[in-house]
Write a protein that binds this ligand. Structure first.
Ligand SMILES: [Zn+2]
Length: 283
C-alpha cells in the first residue's frame, strides 16, 4: 500500500508535468472510483479546470483546481497514477479514470483492487473541513508533528504502539512498512503499549519515523508489490529495509534473527534483541 513517501514521489513527479496546466477532459471508466458522485457530473466538474497546485497530507493527494475546489485522491491498496507524454497506444490495464491535459499528456488512475477513491472538495475552508470530516490528522513530515504531540497521543494508551502510529489521526502518512522500520530504528517493540514508552523512547520514535519517511522519499518509495511511481518506475526503498519483510535474516545491528508476527492485524517484523518486549508483570 502506498504510504507517505510513495504518494510524495508521485506528487512531485505530477507537479512537474501537470502543475499549472489545464485538464481538458476526464473520462471515468469505473463509477466506483467517484462514488457516490455521478461519474458524468464528476467529469463535467473537473473538465476545463486548471491545476493550481498539488499538495499532500499523509497518504492523500490534493489537486487544487481554479475556482477553489480540490480533487482529493487516495490510492489505497493498489492505486497508481501514471503519467504519459501522449495518449497511451494501448489501454492501461485496470484504468479507472483518464485525465487528459492541454499539452496532450495523460494521467491515468489505474487500480487492480478498486479501493482507490477520487472526490471533489468544495471551496471555502469551512465547507471543505465539513466535507473532509477529519479523515486524517497531522502529516508526519509537517512541523505540527512533534515528539511532544506524539507523546500526548500515546499517553495512557494500552493499544500497541504500532497500532497507534498506524492511526492516521495520530500521525498521517505512516503505514505498515515505515512503522516497522521506524520502530526498529527507535529500538521499540511494536507490541509495547503506547503509554509504556518513556520520554526518550518517544523522542527516538518521532525522529525514526521522520528519518525513515525521508529516506523513502529520497529513493522514490518502496516497490515490492504493485507500487509504481508516476512514470511506471520502481522505488528503491525495498532494498534498504532494515527488518520489514526480512524474517529469518540477521538483524543489521546485532545479527539476531529477525522475527515476524501479527501486531495491530498487520504482518510485523522486529529484532527480538534490539526491540525487547518486557515480560508481563515486570517492573
Ligand atoms: Zn538486533
Amino acid at each position: 500500500m502506498p504510504e507517505l513517501p510513495e504518494v510524495e514521489t508521485i506528487r512531485r513527479q505530477l507537479a512537474q508535468h501537470v502543475g499549472g496546466r489545464t485538464i481538458t477532459d476526464v473520462e471515468v471508466l469505473d463509477p466506483l472510483l467517484v462514488d457516490p458522485e455521478d461519474p458524468r457530473s464528476f467529469e463535467h466538474r473537473v473538465s476545463g479546470r486548471s491545476i493550481e497546485a498539488l499538495r499532500r497530507t499523509g497518504k492523500y493527494l490534493f489537486v487544487d483546481l481554479d475556482g477553489g475546489e480540490a480533487l482529493a485522491l487516495h490510492l489505497r491498496m493498489t492505486g497508481q497514477l501514471l503519467w504519459s507524454a501522449s495518449e497511451p497506444l494501448e489501454p492501461t490495464p485496470y484504468a479507472r479514470a483518464v485525465f487528459r491535459i492541454d499539452d496532450g499528456s495523460v494521467v491515468t488512475f489505474a487500480d487492480v483492487r478498486r479501493f482507490g477513491r477520487a472526490w471533489l472538495l468544495p471551496p471555502g475552508r469551512r465547507d471543505r473541513e465539513r466535507a473532509w470530516g477529519g479523515r486524517t490528522g497531522v502529516d508526519a513530515l509537517s512541523p505540527g508533528f512533534t515528539a511532544r504531540s506524539l507523546q500526548n497521543s500515546l499517553r495512557g494508551r494500552t493499544a500497541s504502539v504500532k497500532g497507534l502510529i498506524l492511526d492516521q489521526r495520530i500521525v498521517a502518512g505512516v503505514g505498515n512498512i515505515y512503522a516497522d522500520e521506524a520502530l526498529f530504528r527507535a529500538r521499540v517493540h511494536p507490541r509495547r503499549e503506547g503509554g509504556s514508552l518513556g520520554a526518550d523512547e518517544v523522542v527516538r520514535l518521532h525522529r525514526a519515523i521522520r528519518d525513515r519517511l525521508r529516506m523513502g522519499i529520497a529513493v522514490g518509495g518502496a516497490s515490492f508489490d504493485r507500487y509504481r511511481d508516476a512514470h511506471g518506475g520502481r522505488g528503491g526503498m525495498q532494498d534498504l529495509f532494515l527488518v520489514h519483510r526480512r524474517r529469518g535474516e540477521p538483524c543489521p545491528r546485532c545479527r539476531t534473527t529477525i522475527e515476524k508476527g501479527v501486531v495491530a492485524q498487520r504482518g510485523t517484523y522486529w529484532c527480538p534483541r534490539c526491540q525487547p518486549l518486557p515480560e508481563v508483570g515486570e517492573c
